[in-house]
Design a protein around this ligand. Structure first.
Ligand code: KDG
Ligand code: MG
Length: 402
C-alpha cells in the first residue's frame, strides 16, 4: 500500500496543534500528532523539508521498517523535534493499518487488557484552600485521581496554576514570559497543602503532584520524604531528568513513587532509570517518544522491572496524540494511569474523537484506526498563533528550570 501523499495541517482552536496526514494509494489516510509546544513550526519544517519527501512511495504497511528508516537511518538522530516528527509518522501509519484492517489500533497491539483507562484530573488554586476546593470539585465530577498544584505564598507565578477563570494553559501568546521561583518557600508550603488535601478528601482518592523539574536531587529527596504520610500516587519530575543519578538520591530517602520523562524522547532516556528501578512511572507519551512502535518497546522494558506507565496528557498533546496514548493504555499490562487535561470545547469543532470521559475513566469506542478525524475546512478557520512556554528565574535573577 504505497504512500502517495502527506501534508501537515497547523491549526489553533484555542491553542496550536500540528497534525500530519498521510495518504495512500488505497484511498486510506492516517493522522499523526506532531505538536511540540512552543516549537510547532520547527517540527513542521522538519516534516515538510526532510520527512515527507522520503516517505512518498514507501509501503504504509511496513511500520517497523519506516520507523527504523527515520531513526536508525538518520545520522542526526533523537531530540525533541526529530522525535515529534517520527512519532507523528508512526501514529499515522498505525491509524492507516487499523483502518485498512477495519479494527481499532488496540486490537493490533494485543487487544484490550481493561475496559477503560483510569485518568487523573488537574486541580489548581491561587491558595491552599482554593486548590483543595478545586480537588474536591474534581472528586465530585467522578475523578478518582487528582493532581494538585497551588500558588506558593509569596510568589506571583507558580507552574500549573490557572489565573482567574481562564483554564490553565502552559504556553502564552508571543515571546516567553519570565517567571520567578523560590524553592525554599515551595518546600515549606507543599507538605501543608497535601496534609490538608488528604484530610479533606479522605484516604481513597489518588493524589498526584508535579514538581516540574524545580528541585535539586537532595531537595527532591526531602520533599518526597515529607510527603510520605499523604500517600501520593506519584511525585512527578522532581528533578530535571538529564541528571539521572539524581534519582538515586531520591530513592535512597523515600518510598514516594516517582514519575518522570514527559520531555524524554527515546528508550535510552529511560534504560538506567528503569533497570535500576529508580522510577515508578514512565511519562513519555507516544506523541513525543517515537510513536506507538517505540512506546510499546519502552512499556515492555518497564514491565519487566515492574515500572508502569502514566503518559503525559496536557493540552499540548492533540486529540490524535491522546487517542494514541489511550490505545496503548488500554492494551498493555503495566498501564498505571493517564493524564487528562481536557481540551477546550472549541477543539471539537476541528477534531472528532472516539474516546470520552466517564466518571474517572476514559472509554474508547470501536472506531477503526486511532478513531480521530480532522475537519480541514474548520482547521483552516483557526490559523497558527505564536505562543511560548515561560522561562524561570530564581528570585535573585538566576536562570532556573521551568
Ligand atoms: O508543554 C508543557 C506542558 O505540557 C507541561 O508543562 C505540562 O508538566 C505538564 C504536565 O504534567 O501536564
Ligand atoms: Mg508534568
Amino acid at each position: 500500500m504505497k504512500i502517495t501523499g502527506a501534508k501537515v495541517i497547523v491549526c489553533c482552536p484555542s491553542r496550536n496543534f500540528v497534525t500530519l496526514k498521510i495518504e495512500t494509494e488505497a484511498g486510506i489516510h492516517g493522522l499523526g500528532d506532531a505538536t511540540l509546544n512552543g516549537r510547532e513550526l520547527a517540527v513542521v519544517a522538519f516534516l515538510e523539508e526532510y520527512c515527507i519527501p522520503a516517505l512518498l512511495g514507501r509501503d504504509a504497511r511496513q511500520i517497523e521498517d519506516v520507523w527504523h528508516y527515520f531513526y536508525r537511518g538518520v545520522y542526526w538522530r533523537r531530540g525533541a523535534v526529530s522525535m515529534a516528527a517520527l512519532s507523528a509518522i508512526d501514529l499515522a501509519l498505525w491509524d492507516i493499518k487499523g483502518k485498512a484492517l477495519d479494527t481499532p489500533v488496540y486490537n493490533l497491539l494485543g487487544g484490550r487488557s481493561r475496559d477503560a483507562v483510569l485518568v487523573y484530573a488537574h486541580a489548581t488554586g491561587d491558595s491552599l484552600a482554593s486548590a483543595v476546593e478545586s480537588a474536591a470539585r474534581c472528586a465530585e465530577a467522578g475523578y478518582r485521581a487528582i493532581r494538585i498544584q497551588a500558588a506558593v505564598p509569596g510568589l506571583t507565578d507558580t507552574y500549573g496554576v490557572a489565573k482567574g477563570k481562564v483554564p490553565y494553559e502552559p504556553a502564552k501568546r508571543g515571546l516567553a514570559v519570565e517567571e520567578r521561583w523560590d524553592t525554599a518557600r515551595y518546600l515549606s508550603f507543599l507538605p501543608t497543602l497535601f496534609a490538608e488535601a488528604r484530610q479533606q478528601l479522605g484516604p481513597d482518592v489518588h493524589l498526584l503532584h508535579d514538581v516540574h523539574h524545580r528541585c535539586t536531587p537532595i531537595e527532591a529527596a526531602r520533599l518526597a520524604k515529607q510527603l510520605e504520610p499523604y500517600h501520593l500516587w506519584w511525585l512527578e519530575d522532581p528533578v530535571a531528568g538529564e541528571l539521572q543519578e539524581g534519582l538515586r538520591l531520591i530513592r535512597q530517602h523515600s518510598t514516594t513513587p516517582i514519575a518522570i520523562g514527559e520531555v524524554f524522547n527515546t528508550i535510552y532516556d529511560y534504560t538506567t532509570l528503569i533497570t535500576e528501578q529508580l522510577i515508578d512511572f514512565v511519562r513519555m507519551p507516544p506523541a513525543h517518544g517515537g510513536g506507538i512502535t517505540h512506546l510499546m518497546k519502552v512499556a515492555a522494558l518497564a514491565g519487566v522491572y515492574h515500572v508502569r506507565t502514566g503518559f503525559h496528557g496536557a493540552t499540548d498533546i492533540s486529540p490524535v496524540g491522546m487517542a494514541a496514548s489511550l490505545h496503548v493504555d488500554v492494551t498493555i499490562n503495566n498501564f498505571g494511569i493517564q493524564e487528562h487535561m481536557p481540551h477546550q470545547e472549541i477543539v471539537s469543532e476541528v477534531f472528532d474523537v472516539g474516546y470520552q470521559f466517564e466518571r474517572g475513566v476514559m472509554v474508547l469506542d470501536e472506531r477503526p484506526g486511532l478513531g480521530v478525524e480532522i475537519d480541514e475546512e474548520q482547521a483552516a478557520k483557526f490559523p497558527y498563533r505564536a505562543a511560548a512556554l515561560p522561562v524561570n528565574r530564581l528570585t535573585d535573577g538566576t536562570l532556573w528550570h521551568w
